[in-house]
Design a protein around this ligand. Structure first.
Ligand SMILES: [Ca+2]
Length: 140
């Protein structure tokens, strides 16, 4: 092989290794969001049984993944909490005074599934009422 061809191939291979082929998943910007917890066992909107790692969100987020991070006391990005599957939906907190929960459907809050009330209290004690969220959209 000619030196130029080898150099071109080497450069191409270097580019490939630096820029591995991305999956088609895309991630939203980090945003602060109200985060509540629930612990009612059951079948989620998506048909999966409730389990740790499930999160309730907007209907259009079903199938996506939420990366949650704590918020430090100064408002900066805190510890990574975990990845959660948007398997469930819900109403949430009433934000417009009509007596009907709407914060989840409006995308103003998410609801994290915990196994029991103790786990709910631990989550809230550890992270408070707000978290940072990044939504990783599933393919398609
Ligand atoms: Ca409402």
């Amino acid at each position: 092989m000619k030196k130029a061809t080898i150099a071109a191939m080497t450069a191409m291979m270097a580019m490939l290794s630096l820029n591995p082929i991305r999956t088609s998943a895309t991630a939203s910007e980090l945003k602060k969001i109200r985060c509540t917890c629930y612990c009612e066992d059951g079948i989620t909107y998506s048909g999966h049984k409730t389990h740790m790692g499930v999160i309730a969100g907007r209907r259009e987020d079903i199938g996506d993944v939420a990366a949650l991070y704590a918020i430090n006391s100064d408002g900066s990005l805190g510890d990574f909490i975990g990845y959660f599957d948007f398997y469930d939906i819900g109403a949430g907190i009433d934000t417009d005074g009509d007596g009907i929960g709407d914060s989840i459907t409006k995308g103003k809050s998410v609801d994290v599934f915990r196994n029991n009330l103790t786990d709910v209290k631990e989550f809230i004690k550890a992270y408070g009422d707000y978290v940072y969220i990044k939504i990783i959209e599933a393919e398609g």
